[in-house]
Ligand binder design. Structure first.
Ligand code: 0X9
Ligand code: ZN
Length: 308
């Protein structure tokens, strides 16, 4: 049974992914890429038809931050859309024939489970910290890209919501993703990470008010995507770099993906809403959010097909 349209638990999500790999064995592969401190699997689904020729990779991840439940729910929607569209929708069939999609619905399993069972607004992972009673590292501050350089929105204090961890890339979840990226660097073209909330479409860099070298091309694609998003339900997403439209921060995954992971395009999307419900977005907005974000992903997919 499907989990699309609901806030599924970690277990339900894994179970659903495994079912998909049985239902679509020719175009999906589900595998564990790492284990968390509490012993949970970090599980990736790859969607793509194996081909004898080069295939660009698009990576999408969710739930780096535990409480942002609309993120994994939207990733789930995207997976469902891709698989159901294969051999029934021309564009989606091309997406799967010519692109490999690496999709990680729950990048932070321990935190996600904790947000379901103990503390709905938990953000970080659940790592134990030497010399502190507080737990958890912010998995969007731990990446070795300008790690710890900025004290803005990144903290060296374990009890802080934005604790960056004891050293760069210290966290098991971060290492798990980096191991995979190391093997696909040449093919990785687009990195997309889903967060919430504030409806923003963010480009590089996050750590500095400067833009990345090919910024205008990223921006062009960002506007095409956000126009498509807005056309679905009228939801507007602002486009920019984090220091301009949100706040500067260092050690985030999108900066690392562009600086060290080989991603040509690296986008961070802050999903619905703009503040009314915030992290506690009602479940009846899951499908509408999925529909509009899918429209944006489709545009990005088309760009990838044209370019690579
Ligand atoms: O603070 C963060 O890590 C992000 N905001 S959140 O409310 N989701 O915690 C910063 C902006 C995220 N930027 C990108 N995803 N690039
Ligand atoms: Zn977040």
């Amino acid at each position: 049974e499907t989990i699309v349209g609901k806030y599924a638990t970690y277990r339900e999500t894994l179970h659903w992914m495994l079912e998909l790999s049985k239902r679509y064995p020719n175009i999906t592969q589900v595998g564990d890429i790492g284990t968390t401190e509490e012993g949970r699997q970090v599980t990736l689904i790859k969607i793509g038809k194996p081909q004898p020729f080069f295939k660009p990779i698009v990576w999408i991840d969710g739930a780096i931050h535990a409480r942002e439940w609309i993120s994994p729910a939207t990733v789930t929607y995207i997976i469902d859309k891709l698989l159901k569209g294969y051999n029934s929708d021309f564009a989606i069939t091309d997406f799967i024939d010519y692109i490999d999609w690496y999709i990680l619905p729950i990048a932070n399993p321990d935190g996600y489970v904790y947000s379901h069972e103990q503390d709905r607004l938990w953000r970080k992972n659940r790592a134990t910290i030497n010399g502190s009673d507080c737990r958890g590292v912010d998995l969007n501050r731990n990446w070795g890209s300008h790690w710890g350089e900025l004290d803005i929105a990144s903290s060296g204090e374990p009890c802080n919501l934005n604790y960056r961890g004891p050293y760069a890339d210290s966290e098991l979840e971060v290492k798990a993703i980096q191991r995979v990226i190391q093997n696909i660097q040449e093919s990785l073209k687009v990195y997309i990470t889903l967060h919430s909330y504030t409806q923003k479409f963010l480009m590089r860099w996050s750590h500095s008010k400067t833009t990345a070298p090919d910024h205008s091309e990223s921006e062009r694609i960002a506007y095409i995507a956000t126009d498509a998003i807005e056309a679905v339900h009228g939801t507007s997403y602002s486009v920019g770099i984090a220091p301009d439209v949100l706040y500067a921060y260092s050690g985030g995954s999108p900066d690392w993906m562009k600086e060290k992971g080989g991603a040509t395009y690296s986008f961070g999307i802050e999903l619905r809403d703009s503040g009314r419900h915030g992290f506690l977005l009602p479940a009846d907005q899951i499908i509408p959010t999925g529909e509009e974000i899918w429209a944006g992903i489709e545009q990005i997919g088309e760009e990838v097909l044209i370019k690579y």
